[in-house]
Design a protein around this ligand. Structure first.
Ligand code: DHB
Ligand code: FE
Length: 279
């Protein structure tokens, strides 16, 4: 069985990737940001997972407005690196886990989650920045990856409730896999932020802290937060937080919070990070 041992949620702000790639992590602006992930890198190195299921969103690099899958699962051997803005980052290519991903695609679709199957795809900062935050900058990533891509860019994104339910279906899919594997789940993006319009730069730390307080023990009611409430309270791009609920749903009902970090601002966002372990 693929045993899900824990999960983590973290920001994917592209400026973090640019800070790493341009050797700026020692600067006063960035030092506290990376310090918040020191525990996390140790934690992950100790856990030595075989696989990370990474819930993230593409930012018009793999998909464009031509095709907008609500939920997509990567079943490829390998994923290339792409990005907008600063361009493709100089990070190692991503090794996929096609056997597990194929099993998960079958399990999820037969479980009535209509996943888009993706056999060729590049991944962007939505996936690579979280990997750097959790692993540093190794020559090769230390585990294989099953990317699960969520539409949080084009209205309507999936609801929080649907995302929590997808997480639970991911746990069922993992538990019915034959090979013995150790798995972590990353939920990426967030927290409060708005990148455009007259409210650009909006941050709501009270909202974020309540979200962090509730994700371990009260995810069912967190899943009731509507799209309008995310946008109104925490900014249009805070909708990325539904991806944290997929991670949460993939864990057991009872989890232990082992690490939390919150820092404002990082670029235009509030950076939130939490690690939860299955009991
Ligand atoms: C920023 C944040 C994001 O989540 C993103 O995808 C792009 C940019 C920002 O803060 O600039
Ligand atoms: Fe984003």
């Amino acid at each position: 069985m693929a045993r899900i041992i824990g999960g983590a949620a973290m920001s994917h702000v592209p400026a973090i990737g640019a800070a790493i790639d341009n050797n700026r992590i020692g600067e006063p602006y960035w030092r506290p940001v990376f310090r918040g992930f020191e525990f996390s890198r140790d934690w992950l190195a100790r856990k030595k997972p075989d696989i990370a299921i990474v819930i993230y969103n593409d930012h018009a690099n793999a998909f464009s407005l031509d095709i907008v899958p609500t939920f997509a699962i990567g079943c490829a051997e390998e994923y290339g690196i792409a990005d907008e803005g600063w361009g493709a980052r100089p990070v190692p290519r991503i090794s996929g886990a096609p056997d597990l991903a194929g099993h998960m695609a079958c399990s999820l679709i037969l479980d009535e989650f209509d996943m888009t199957i993706v056999n060729r795809m590049d991944v962007d900062h939505g996936l690579t920045v979280p990997l750097n935050l959790m692993c540093g900058s190794p020559a090769q990533w230390p585990f294989k990856i099953v990317p699960i891509c969520v539409n949080v860019v084009h209205y309507p994104p999936p609801t929080g409730k649907r995302c929590l339910a997808l997480g639970k279906a991911i746990a069922r899919a993992a538990s019915s896999y034959e090979e013995d594997l150790s798995v972590v789940v990353f939920g990426t993006g967030g927290m409060s932020h708005q990148l455009q319009g007259t409210r650009a730069g909006l941050i709501n730390s009270d909202f974020d802290k309540r979200f962090l307080d509730r994700i371990a023990g009260d995810a069912e009611t967190l899943a009731d937060i509507s799209h309008v409430e995310y946008v109104r309270e925490a900014g249009s791009e805070a909708i990325e937080l539904v991806m944290w609920l997929i991670m949460r749903g993939a864990l057991n009902a009872r989890v232990d919070e082992v690490h939390r970090f919150y820092h404002v601002p990082v670029s235009n966002t509030a950076l939130g990070h939490i690690i939860l372990e299955n009991r």
